[in-house]
Design a binder for this molecule. Structure first.
Ligand SMILES: [Zn+2]
Length: 238
């Protein structure tokens, strides 16, 4: 065996053992739309309307404390055929928590979300997309899989609508997981992330779906994409 093949074998085993979901291997012309930090009226409702108008679906990585404060909105997401996943009880970065705390909080957040939404929760997106190997294992011990992304609409950044669409289209391909937000974590979520750019997230969703449609792609949730695809794993540590 060549050194290259040996290194490759080690990497493959490492990714199998330590892999987060970073995309979907599929021959279907779909991209996975994801929305973090909600639910948050009225933006979540605007996103839901934009998705419904185009028959698209998405996965919403919710903060479970928010979902408990807004159970009707979490249930509306499920009622419209989307997927609910966990972003945390609140938005505190995992780096400040012990592995035991991460596992317990992930278990609690998952239970809270499942209770509110009435649907199973399979995925967890660590706040800020940051996890250490120890945090990764702590999340897995709670029975959920970390999900990151392969492209972003830059909707947390102060840029133009054209810039956001261009950023998302740069990575447009079947199986892309696109990062987006229907809310913004703040003091009540345990952090101070500053102001969220003020714009209509439903209108951006509509533009993104139009851009993907020009490329023959439709938007769907992770669970729906996996009905005819397999999770693409990558070692993602930050
Ligand atoms: Zn977030």
């Amino acid at each position: 065996m060549s050194v290259g093949a040996a290194v490759h074998g080690v990497l493959r085993r490492h990714v199998r053992a330590m892999g987060s979901v970073v995309g979907v291997d599929t021959d279907q012309p779909v991209v996975v739309l994801t929305y973090d930090d909600g639910p948050e009226p009225p933006q979540t409702e605007r996103v839901l309307d934009a998705l419904a108008e185009r028959g698209a679906h998405a996965t919403f990585f919710m903060l479970s404390a928010r979902a408990r404060r807004l159970p009707w909105l979490a249930r509306a997401v499920i009622a419209e055929g989307h997927e609910v996943a966990l972003h945390g009880i609140d938005h505190r970065p995992l780096s400040g928590l012990t592995p035991e705390e991460i596992t317990r909080r992930t278990l609690d957040g998952k239970a809270q979300l499942e209770d509110v939404a009435g649907a199973p929760v399979r995925w967890m997106r660590p706040p800020y997309g940051r996890q250490s190997p120890r945090a990764y294992h702590a999340i897995r011990r709670a029975g959920v899989m970390p999900v990151l992304w392969g492209g972003t609409s830059l909707d947390s950044a102060d840029t133009t609508s054209d810039g956001r669409v261009a950023s998302a289209m740069r990575n447009a391909r079947p199986g892309l997981i696109l990062l987006g937000h229907d809310g913004r974590a703040g003091a009540e979520d345990g952090v101070d992330d500053g102001d969220i750019p003020a714009f209509d997230r439903g209108a951006l969703t509509a533009r993104l779906l139009a851009g993907f449609a020009e490329r023959g792609l439709s938007g769907t949730s992770l669970e729906r994409a996996l009905e005819r695809g397999r999770p693409r794993l990558g070692a993602w540590f930050a």
